[in-house]
Design a protein around this ligand. Structure first.
Ligand SMILES: [Fe+2]
Length: 359
């Protein structure tokens, strides 16, 4: 966000505050409502609450402004914080759109009643049905695959097959993965519950935990680094973390990326686990039309190219070229279970992970 938009936001914010004071003083809600709409109609802004912290996202917001003349005011924070903030702001919330990573978090926001249903032919035709809420409460904007990464020197990829096989005692002391508090892992376990039910998933989790190379620590990058260093020979991580290391300015990062390769599991079955970064229009959005237009812009060819190149993610729109590094990982079959299932299964996934002793 540039200085201009930042200033514009401050101006918009004080106008809103002034309006709220007027409303409190007059107590006239119909008149106040009218005043609010006309005030907001003039402002031509979109208030975006985002938990994505990627520098390249700014290009997306600027692209939208260029096309529509609508300025994007960005509020960045952790997703739980943003959800709490929208809840506590209530009907006066300036939030128009909430963007977050992981379908599990979108589900949480939806469970709190934060999203309005959006009906859009564009969003429905571009975003595959398994990557969006069935009634349009949220839409996937980019995909991330959570796969097995292996140490090239120590593992023969022909020994790898499925997520299920990671519980096999043959991998004892070899598996690196971040903690169970991480939503990516919770959603992965949610996908296993969808495929096998709770009982089998618990058994799988127990087998997986008993194969851990160490107590979970660090993020996905830390697992890939540890895999290269031989702390364990297999890591569970999202593909963009490996692509990022491979494209790093730092030679030692690139060396780590050369030592580790991605393996797409379950290619003879349901496919590799895919999650999304996604967004929904806030139920109390002061600018619902701009919000819908913004989501539609985010799935345009132009925006999808930025998603693909900016954070090494997979576009949701078909036929958008991938980032070079990501493309080098090869094509794969995706598990097309609805992303809505990850959230629905989240409490059960957490219970199972805890019971299995996944720290
Ligand atoms: Fe991430």
């Amino acid at each position: 966000m540039n200085k201009l938009t930042r200033r514009a936001f401050l101006t918009g914010g004080s106008a809103l505050a002034a309006f709220t004071l007027t409303q409190m003083a007059t107590g006239s809600s119909a008149g106040a409502q009218q005043q609010k709409s006309s005030l907001l109609a003039q402002s031509r802004v979109l208030n975006l609450y985002s938990s994505r912290h990627y520098d390249t996202d700014e290009r997306l917001y600027n692209g939208f402004t260029e096309q529509t003349g609508i300025r994007v005011n960005l509020i960045e924070a952790g997703s739980d914080e943003l959800i709490e903030r929208i809840k506590s702001e209530g009907s006066n919330s300036p939030a128009d759109v909430l963007i977050t990573v992981d379908a599990g978090r979108l589900w949480r926001a939806d469970r709190e009643g934060l999203f309005a249903p959006v009906q859009s032919d564009i969003l429905e035709s571009v975003v595959p049905s398994y990557l969006r809420h069935p009634e349009g409460h949220w839409f996937g904007l980019s995909k991330r695959a959570r796969v097995i990464m292996y140490n090239r020197d120590r593992v023969n990829p022909t020994d790898l097959s499925t997520y299920e096989d990671l519980a096999n005692p043959k991998w004892e002391g070899q598996i690196l993965v971040r903690s169970s508090s991480n939503i990516y892992n919770q959603s992965l376990v949610g996908s296993l519950i969808a495929a096998h039910g709770s009982e089998e998933t618990l058994e799988w989790c127990q087998g997986l935990v008993s194969n851990f190379a160490r107590r979970p620590t660090g993020n996905d990058t830390a697992q890939i680094r540890a895999c290269a260093a031989g702390v364990g020979n297999l890591a569970i991580a999202n593909t963009y973390y490996l692509a990022r290391l491979a494209e790093s300015d730092n030679e030692s990062d690139r060396e780590i990326a050369r030592q580790v390769a991605p393996f797409f599991p379950n290619q003879r079955g349901r496919g590799a686990h895919v999650n999304i970064s996604g967004a929904g229009v806030v139920r109390t959005a002061p600018h619902p039309e701009a919000a819908k237009a913004f989501l539609e812009y985010l799935v345009s060819y132009e925006a999808q190219e930025i998603f693909a190149k900016g954070n090494n993610e997979y576009p949701v729109r078909a036929n958008v070229p991938l980032d070079e590094e990501l493309a080098s990982f090869g094509q794969f079959q995706e598990d097309d279970v609805s992303a809505a299932v990850f959230g629905k299964n989240n409490p059960e996934a957490l219970r199972i992970m805890q019971q299995a002793g996944w720290q």
